[in-house]
Design a protein around this ligand. Sequence first.
Ligand code: WTA
Length: 695
Amino acid sequence: AGHPLRRRADGMSQLPSAARRIAHHLNAVVRGDSLASGESDPAVVPSPLFSQRALVSSLDQYREMYRRSIEDPAGFWSEIATQFYWKETWDPEVYAENIDVRKGAVSIEWFKGAKTNICYNAVDRNVEGRDGGKVALYWEGNEPGLDGRLTYSELLDRVCQLANYLKHVGVGKGDAVVIYLPMLMELPIAMLACARIGAVHSVVFAGFSAESLTQRIADCRPKVVLTCNAVQRGSKTIFLKDIVDTALGECAKDGVHVGLCLTYENLSAMKRDDTKWQEGRDVWWQDVVPNFPTKCEVEWVDAEDPLFLLYTSGSTGKPKGVLHTTGGYMVYTATTFKYAFDYKPTDIYWCTADCGWITGHSYITYGPLLNGATVVVYEGAPNYPDPGRSWDIVDKYKVTIFYTAPTLIRSLMRDGDDYVTRYSRKSLRVLGSVGEPINPSAWRWFFNVVGDSRCPISDTWWQTETGGIMITPLPGAWPQKPGSATFPFFGVQPVIVDEKGNELEGECSGYLCIKKSWPGAFRTLYGDHERYETTYFKPFAGYYFSGDGCRRDKDGYHWLTGRVDDVINVSGHRIGTAEVESALVSHAQCAEAAVVGVEHEVKGQGIYAFVTLVEGVPYSEELRKSLILTVRNQIGAFAAPDKIHWAPGLPKTRSGKIMRRILRKIASRQLNELGDTSTLSDPTVVDQLIALSDH
Ligand code: WTA
C-alpha cells in the first residue's frame, strides 16, 4: 500500500496498476512508426574508418572498460578524476553510498573531502595548461549575421569580472543565485561565475512564466537575480525583465525580498531607456561588471558542496529542486561528453538545448568546457528565419558534433529535405539526440539526410536527476538500432524490474532502475530529502527508480518507452500533469481538470486537458482561449494545452479517483479499448465525454 505507483492506481482492473500503466505505454508505442518496431530495422554498422579513429573502437573494448568500471568503480573513476585539478585529494574513500532505503537514509558521496572548483577546471585549466587563444564560445544571435565569440582567456576574464561583482555585492559560498537569462554568452558566464565563488546557481529557463519564476525564487531565496531586459526569439520579443519584476513583486508579498536584479542590456532586443526600472534594486550589468578586475581568486570547495539547483517536474504540482554537487558532477559530465560524442580537440560542438534545462547545464556549459571544447551557443529558434537555419549554422561554424532533440528532428523532417540538402554539412561527424525516445523514422531521416549516412547517432538517455548521460551508443563502437539508446555508460548499471521489483533477465520489459550510484547522480531534492527518498528510492527498494519504462531486446539493447508516471514529455520538456491541472483549476470558471498526454506528430506528446466548468458556465471559444492563457501565464507557453475537451463530469471510481486510463483512451480516440467501466461511480460520464469529443 505504501507503493507510490500503486497509490496512483485508478482501480480499473485486477492487474496491479503499475503493470497496467506500463502495458499502456508499451501499447502506445507499438502502433505505427513505433519505437518497438525499430527492432525489425537492420542495425546500422559504423564505418570501419570511423571506428578505427574512435576513442572506443569496438564492443570488446567497451566491454573491457565497462567491466572495470563496474568491478572497480573507485579505481575507474579516480583514475579519470586525476586528470582534473584538485587542490586537495579525496581521502580515503572515493565514494560512499547508501541507496537502499531499508538500510537507512539515502546518501551518495563521491570524492568527499577533496577540494576543487569546476570553473577552474573548465576555464583556467584550459588557459594555463592548453591554449588560451582557442575559441571557447561562438555565439550566434537570433538574427542571421549577429554573432560573437570568446576565447578561453576572454571567457576567463568575463567570468572573473562577474564573480568579483557578485562577491562585491555580498554573494558568497553557499548562497543561491537565480539566473533568468536567454541564450546569450552571459548565461554560461553567469553559471561559471557562481561556481567560481562557490555560490549555488539556479537557472530558470527563460520560457517560464512569472508565476513559475516566483515559485523558484521563493523556494531558494537568492540574494541576486540575473536577467536581461528582453530577448528576440524568432520574430517575437520577450520582455524578460518585466517577468522578473512581476516575480519579485509577488515574492515580496510573501516576505521574500530580493535586493538586487542585475540586468544585462540586450541591445539587439530592447534599449535600456524603454526598460522599466526600479531604482535601488535594478542595476545594469554593463554599468558595473566591466569595471571589476579580470582576475578573481577561486573558492576551493568540497567535492560534495552544492554546485547548482535545477527545478524539474514530478508527478505532483510542486516542482522539485534537483541538487547536484561539484566533484562527481564534474568528472561525470566531462567523461560522458568525451565518450558519448567521441570528442576530439579539433571538434566544434553545438547543442541546440537551452542552458535553462539540464542538457544545457551538462552539455553546453560544463561537460564541453571541461574538455576544452569549442561550443556554439545559439540564441534563437533552430528554424528561424526558415527551417534551414540549423544547417546554415552548422556550415558557418563547421560544426562537427550536433546534439539535438527528436522534436526538432521531426519538425525539420516535415519541412522537407531541401532545407537540409542545400547546405553542405560536410563538417558533421557525430549526431546526438536527447529528451525523449526517438522514433525510428526520425532516426533514419536524421541519419540519412542530415548526416548523409556517415555520422553515428548518439541517442542519449538520461535525466535532470542523473546529471549526465546514462545509456547511449558510443560512436563507432557498435552497430546501432534506430530508436534504441543501446548500452549503459561506464559505471552505470541499469536494471529492468517488474511490478514487484524483481530484476528481469534477458529479453524483457518493465521499469528502468539503476543499481548503485554513479558520480553524476543528484544528492537530494532541495529542502526535501524525504521526497527524494520517496520518489526515487522507495518504489523499488535497493534501486534508483527513473520513472521510465524500458525494454531490453535479445541482443541486450535498451529501448526506452517513455514515462510511466504522471509526467509527460512535450517537445522534450518535462511537464507534470498535476502542474497543468493546478493551473487550470486556478481559473475561476474551471471546477475540475484532468490532463493526459497524447501522441503528437512533432512534439512527441501533446497536452490534452479534460475540463469541467463551474455549474452554469457555458462552453465557449473565448473560455477555451482563456483557460489556455491561464496555463501559459502560470507555467509557460511550452505547457499550453493542445486540446481542451469539455467534460460535464470526469470518470471516477466510487472512492473518487479519476481514471486516467479511460481519459487516455478517449484522448487518443481508442474508443473500443476503454475496458471495464463498470466500477465507475457514474458510467454515463464516459458516453458524455465521447459525445463531446469534437467540441
Ligand atoms: C526522457 C533530459 C528516451 C525520459 C536529459 C526521461 C528520453 C526524461 C531520452 C528526462 C532518450 C530523455 N530516449 N527518453 N534518449 N532522453 N528522455 O529531466 O522520459 O528533462 O525520464 O532530462 O526525458 O527529462 P529531463
